[in-house]
Design a protein around this ligand. Sequence first.
Ligand SMILES: Cc1cc2nc3c(=O)[nH]c(=O)nc-3n(C[C@H](O)[C@H](O)[C@H](O)COP(=O)(O)O)c2cc1C
Length: 347
Amino acid sequence: MPSLREQLPWTSAPIIVNAPMAGFAGGKLASAVTLAGGLGMIGGIFSVDDIRKELQIASEAFKSHPTLGSSRTLPVGVGFLTFVLKLEDVLPAVQKFKPAVVWLFASKSLDDYTEWAAAVRKVSPDSKIWIQVGSVTAALHVAKMAQPDVLCLQGADAGGHGFEKCAGIISLLPEASDALAQEGLSQISLVASGGIVDGRGVAAALTLGAQAVVMGTRFLASKEVNVHPGYQAAVLEAQDGGQITTRSKMFDQLRGPNIWPEMYDGRSLMVQSHKDYMNGMGLEEIQKLHGEAVSEDDKGFKAGLQGRAVMWAGTGVGLVKQVDSAKDIVESARRQAKEILEKVARL
Ligand SMILES: Cc1cc2nc3c(=O)[nH]c(=O)nc-3n(C[C@H](O)[C@H](O)[C@H](O)COP(=O)(O)O)c2cc1C
């Protein structure tokens, strides 16, 4: 099995990936990350038409590039939330754009990935399959059944949705790596996500055995992300990530019944809706106030966590202090990680 760098030949080590954050990570962000030597990802949610538009934007961005414009696959990844999208709706877009990576996450049953992986490989044999999981058991099961090229081990610090029961990457990644090795499944590359926002986190993940790192929250403060200014301001303002964010299924009930599969919850900044919930306010009242807040001009995003709209963010949010270009984020994380690893190696 070729190494991750060989599979993604335009990348520089260590490989930095932006998370396929649905609605936030579009073609503009993905192409900027790829052009900086990372792996850019586009996040897809309900509409395949929107995903096509974003893939087209990325494709245009590479057109005049001497090598990326003519590569066999489109040098970005696209993420699908498999519990919301229908496989048959997604496949024509995959076949047309041939993304270098197809990222799968949040299936109703872990077995669903097997069908998705096989179908994607059939319509686009050069696309690599990446699947994000949050436990050792899931990593083993998915590795055996769906045979992905890459497993992304998502730790508890991650922003957005993840396994309700999960460990941080510091134990999750090595335990998953050992378990996979024991079953003869070491050919699957492992990448890490959850709480990584700079070169220090990148270096740590590499020493745990990751071959690449995925960052979501850090890219919420990038110039190319699609995010409401009030949400971005709250990310910059946040301090002390373990205190100011929390995991809860309540966030998925703000708009009505929770549609997420049972095993997932999500990490968000502790907005007013959550504070009210903890203080015993009934869900119906919280939903009513939320509905009113998101129809206002600021869409429910207010400074000082006074807003009611959910703002997905990981525990690394306290380290995110400024908005930078995706290029600067990727290059500085890469440079800092290398410097740290060299320094540590001298010890
Ligand atoms: C705003 C936001 C939206 C996200 N949306 C998705 C998504 O649509 N699909 C997905 O697979 N993961 C999604 N994630 C989770 C990421 O894949 C990744 O696990 C996470 O961002 C890593 O943790 P970090 O935010 O601490 O970097 C999202 C994360 C955030 C912060």
